[in-house]
Design a protein around this ligand. Structure first.
Ligand code: SAM
Length: 204
């Protein structure tokens, strides 16, 4: 049983490495963005976009560029690991109006730092893998406990992102979440808050 699961996992890793479309669902992700444009009047036009885990093929990069956006796409070949490069962007005080985290694994390690890379108003989009309860091994279970205090529901993810955002005085509001096979794509609109107004206190 264990060896069958690990063989599947090895195959999954290989397919991810080979960028097999069925493993990163570029068409479905793009369709969600199109729906947001048409049904919710989202405007991607000329946004300053940061794509974390941009990938060498860059399907989402192509979508954002087709809308006239200025895209900083973090690829392994150009920027090495996105996990490290986000700290370079922070050190350079870079700010973005849309941040898309499209990793294969969990995006948790990019929180709360992504809130420090946001313009006053920013769209936050990220990919979140859905793990079948039977596939949760001990390490993944501990990961979930560390970040979410349990196996997270959609509501748990929303609550946690809201808390992470408020650490940097951003109010994150869920605008869309779409299930695409074994992933969710979450979309939040994030607005910087003035601490005094948010807390209704006066600075003396
Ligand atoms: C889900 S795919 C991204 C697809 C891409 N956003 C697109 O629309 O075509 C994840 C990509 O991140 C790359 N990757 C894996 N580990 C990485 C890392 N540590 N830093 C940056 N990129 C990484 C993978 O090679 C893969 O191309």
């Amino acid at each position: 049983m264990t060896s069958k699961i690990s063989a599947n996992r090895k195959q999954q890793r290989l397919n991810q490495k080979l960028n097999v479309e069925d493993y990163h669902h570029p068409k479905e992700k793009t369709n969600q963005l199109l729906e947001l444009e048409f049904s919710k009047c989202f405007n991607f036009h000329k946004k300053n976009v940061l794509e974390i885990f941009g990938g060498e093929e860059g399907y989402l990069t192509a979508f954002y560029k087709s809308r006239g956006a200025d895209v900083t796409s973090l690829t392994k070949s150009q920027h090495k690991s996105s996990f490290d490069y986000v700290y370079q962007l922070r050190a350079d005080r870079k700010k973005f109006g849309l941040i898309d985290i499209d990793s294969y694994g969990y995006p948790d390690k990019f929180f709360p730092i992504v809130f420090e890379l946001m313009e006053e108003s920013c769209l936050l989009i990220f990919t979140f893998p859905i793990v079948g309860i039977n596939c949760v091994n001990g390490i993944m279970q501990q990961h979930f406990y560390t970040f979410y205090r349990g196996i997270p529901t959609i509501g748990d993810v929303v609550g946690q992102v809201t808390d992470w955002g408020l650490r940097e005085w951003f109010l994150a509001k869920l605008v869309d979440v779409k299930k695409i096979k074994r992933i969710y794509r979450f979309v939040f609109s994030c607005e910087r808050q003035k601490a005094t107004e948010f807390c209704n206190v006066k600075n003396r």
